[in-house]
Design a protein around this ligand. Structure first.
Ligand code: HEM
Length: 150
Protein backbone atom coordinates (compact mmCIF):
# COMPACT_ATOMS: atom_id res chain seq x y z
CA UNK A 1 0.00 0.00 0.00
CA UNK A 2 1.36 3.40 -0.92
CA UNK A 3 0.98 6.51 1.16
CA UNK A 4 -2.77 7.00 0.91
CA UNK A 5 -4.86 10.13 1.30
CA UNK A 6 -6.12 8.65 4.58
CA UNK A 7 -2.57 8.41 5.90
CA UNK A 8 -1.86 11.99 4.92
CA UNK A 9 -5.07 13.07 6.65
CA UNK A 10 -4.16 11.16 9.83
CA UNK A 11 -0.72 12.77 9.98
CA UNK A 12 -2.08 16.25 9.26
CA UNK A 13 -4.84 16.12 11.84
CA UNK A 14 -2.62 14.81 14.64
CA UNK A 15 0.06 17.34 13.74
CA UNK A 16 -2.61 20.02 14.33
CA UNK A 17 -3.25 18.51 17.79
CA UNK A 18 0.50 18.56 18.49
CA UNK A 19 0.64 22.25 17.57
CA UNK A 20 -2.19 23.08 19.99
CA UNK A 21 0.21 22.63 22.90
CA UNK A 22 3.62 23.11 21.39
CA UNK A 23 5.36 24.03 24.69
CA UNK A 24 4.00 20.99 26.55
CA UNK A 25 4.58 18.46 23.78
CA UNK A 26 8.06 19.80 23.03
CA UNK A 27 9.08 19.23 26.65
CA UNK A 28 7.50 15.76 26.57
CA UNK A 29 9.34 14.90 23.33
CA UNK A 30 12.78 15.79 24.75
CA UNK A 31 12.02 14.23 28.11
CA UNK A 32 11.37 10.89 26.37
CA UNK A 33 14.52 11.28 24.23
CA UNK A 34 16.68 11.89 27.32
CA UNK A 35 15.07 8.99 29.22
CA UNK A 36 16.18 6.66 26.45
CA UNK A 37 19.47 8.34 25.58
CA UNK A 38 20.70 10.44 28.54
CA UNK A 39 24.02 11.12 26.82
CA UNK A 40 22.20 12.99 24.04
CA UNK A 41 21.71 15.90 26.46
CA UNK A 42 25.12 17.34 25.67
CA UNK A 43 24.36 17.34 21.93
CA UNK A 44 21.63 19.96 22.10
CA UNK A 45 22.71 23.56 22.72
CA UNK A 46 19.43 24.28 24.53
CA UNK A 47 19.67 21.30 26.92
CA UNK A 48 23.39 21.12 27.56
CA UNK A 49 23.63 23.33 30.63
CA UNK A 50 20.11 22.80 31.93
CA UNK A 51 19.38 20.70 35.04
CA UNK A 52 16.14 19.44 33.46
CA UNK A 53 14.17 19.72 30.23
CA UNK A 54 12.48 23.09 30.39
CA UNK A 55 10.52 25.01 27.81
CA UNK A 56 12.59 27.52 25.85
CA UNK A 57 12.17 29.20 22.45
CA UNK A 58 14.97 27.08 20.93
CA UNK A 59 13.54 23.86 22.36
CA UNK A 60 10.15 24.64 20.84
CA UNK A 61 11.59 25.78 17.52
CA UNK A 62 13.57 22.58 17.12
CA UNK A 63 10.72 20.25 18.13
CA UNK A 64 8.38 22.08 15.81
CA UNK A 65 10.86 21.71 12.95
CA UNK A 66 11.25 17.96 13.47
CA UNK A 67 7.47 17.30 13.59
CA UNK A 68 6.87 19.72 10.72
CA UNK A 69 9.45 17.94 8.55
CA UNK A 70 7.80 14.57 9.21
CA UNK A 71 4.45 16.07 8.29
CA UNK A 72 5.97 17.52 5.09
CA UNK A 73 7.39 14.07 4.35
CA UNK A 74 3.84 12.64 4.59
CA UNK A 75 2.54 15.28 2.17
CA UNK A 76 5.39 14.53 -0.27
CA UNK A 77 4.90 10.76 0.00
CA UNK A 78 1.22 11.13 -0.86
CA UNK A 79 1.97 13.51 -3.78
CA UNK A 80 5.11 11.99 -5.33
CA UNK A 81 5.94 8.79 -3.47
CA UNK A 82 9.31 10.10 -2.30
CA UNK A 83 10.82 12.51 0.22
CA UNK A 84 13.14 15.26 -0.94
CA UNK A 85 14.84 17.28 1.80
CA UNK A 86 13.94 20.95 1.55
CA UNK A 87 16.27 21.88 4.36
CA UNK A 88 19.94 22.34 3.47
CA UNK A 89 22.86 21.63 5.82
CA UNK A 90 20.72 19.14 7.72
CA UNK A 91 23.38 16.46 7.15
CA UNK A 92 26.18 18.76 8.25
CA UNK A 93 24.58 19.78 11.55
CA UNK A 94 23.94 16.15 12.51
CA UNK A 95 27.52 15.13 11.69
CA UNK A 96 28.82 18.05 13.69
CA UNK A 97 26.78 16.97 16.75
CA UNK A 98 27.74 13.31 16.44
CA UNK A 99 24.29 11.92 15.58
CA UNK A 100 24.45 8.21 14.68
CA UNK A 101 21.83 5.70 13.47
CA UNK A 102 20.65 4.46 16.92
CA UNK A 103 19.70 8.06 17.76
CA UNK A 104 17.15 7.98 14.95
CA UNK A 105 15.43 5.03 16.63
CA UNK A 106 15.23 6.91 19.94
CA UNK A 107 13.85 10.03 18.29
CA UNK A 108 11.30 7.93 16.40
CA UNK A 109 10.02 6.32 19.61
CA UNK A 110 9.79 9.72 21.29
CA UNK A 111 7.96 11.19 18.30
CA UNK A 112 5.41 8.35 18.19
CA UNK A 113 4.76 8.55 21.94
CA UNK A 114 4.34 12.31 21.78
CA UNK A 115 1.87 11.98 18.90
CA UNK A 116 -0.03 9.34 20.84
CA UNK A 117 -0.33 11.72 23.77
CA UNK A 118 -1.31 14.66 21.53
CA UNK A 119 -3.97 12.77 19.60
CA UNK A 120 -5.76 11.35 22.64
CA UNK A 121 -8.96 9.50 21.67
CA UNK A 122 -8.18 9.97 17.97
CA UNK A 123 -5.07 7.78 18.23
CA UNK A 124 -5.12 4.47 16.30
CA UNK A 125 -2.64 1.88 15.00
CA UNK A 126 -3.30 3.26 11.53
CA UNK A 127 -2.37 6.76 12.65
CA UNK A 128 0.77 5.42 14.30
CA UNK A 129 1.75 3.55 11.11
CA UNK A 130 1.27 6.67 9.00
CA UNK A 131 3.69 8.66 11.22
CA UNK A 132 6.09 5.74 11.30
CA UNK A 133 6.31 5.48 7.50
CA UNK A 134 6.72 9.24 7.02
CA UNK A 135 9.43 9.36 9.72
CA UNK A 136 11.31 6.35 8.32
CA UNK A 137 11.39 7.81 4.80
CA UNK A 138 12.52 11.19 6.10
CA UNK A 139 15.20 9.55 8.27
CA UNK A 140 16.54 7.74 5.17
CA UNK A 141 16.91 11.09 3.35
CA UNK A 142 18.63 12.68 6.35
CA UNK A 143 21.01 9.74 6.77
CA UNK A 144 21.92 10.03 3.08
CA UNK A 145 22.63 13.75 3.59
CA UNK A 146 24.74 12.84 6.64
CA UNK A 147 26.78 10.34 4.58
CA UNK A 148 27.30 12.91 1.83
CA UNK A 149 28.05 15.62 4.38
CA UNK A 150 25.37 17.90 2.92
C1 HEM B 1 19.47 20.02 14.43
C2 HEM B 1 15.86 17.97 11.97
C3 HEM B 1 16.94 13.68 13.95
C4 HEM B 1 19.98 15.91 16.95
C5 HEM B 1 18.49 19.81 13.50
C6 HEM B 1 18.02 20.78 12.54
C7 HEM B 1 16.98 20.21 11.88
C8 HEM B 1 16.80 18.87 12.38
C9 HEM B 1 16.14 20.85 10.79
C10 HEM B 1 18.57 22.20 12.38
C11 HEM B 1 17.83 23.01 13.37
C12 HEM B 1 17.98 24.46 13.28
O1 HEM B 1 18.51 24.97 12.29
O2 HEM B 1 17.52 25.08 14.22
C13 HEM B 1 15.83 16.63 12.32
C14 HEM B 1 14.87 15.67 11.82
C15 HEM B 1 15.19 14.46 12.36
C16 HEM B 1 16.33 14.67 13.21
C17 HEM B 1 13.73 16.01 10.87
C18 HEM B 1 14.55 13.12 12.18
C19 HEM B 1 13.79 12.74 11.17
C20 HEM B 1 17.87 13.90 14.93
C21 HEM B 1 18.41 12.90 15.81
C22 HEM B 1 19.24 13.53 16.68
C23 HEM B 1 19.25 14.94 16.33
C24 HEM B 1 18.07 11.42 15.73
C25 HEM B 1 20.02 12.93 17.81
C26 HEM B 1 19.46 12.60 18.94
C27 HEM B 1 20.10 17.22 16.53
C28 HEM B 1 20.95 18.22 17.19
C29 HEM B 1 20.80 19.41 16.48
C30 HEM B 1 19.87 19.12 15.38
C31 HEM B 1 21.79 17.98 18.42
C32 HEM B 1 21.43 20.78 16.82
C33 HEM B 1 20.45 21.46 17.75
C34 HEM B 1 21.00 22.66 18.48
O3 HEM B 1 21.81 22.49 19.39
O4 HEM B 1 20.59 23.78 18.14
N1 HEM B 1 17.75 18.65 13.37
N2 HEM B 1 16.68 16.00 13.17
N3 HEM B 1 18.41 15.13 15.26
N4 HEM B 1 19.46 17.80 15.47
FE1 HEM B 1 18.10 16.88 14.31
Amino acid sequence: MGFTEKREFLVNSSWESFKQNLPGYSVLFYTIILEKAPAAKGMFSFLKNMPEVKDSPQLQAHAEKVFQMVRDAAVQLRATGEVVLGYTKVGAIHIQRGVVDPHFVVVKEALLKTIKEASGDNWSEELNTAWEIAYDELAISIKKAVKLGM
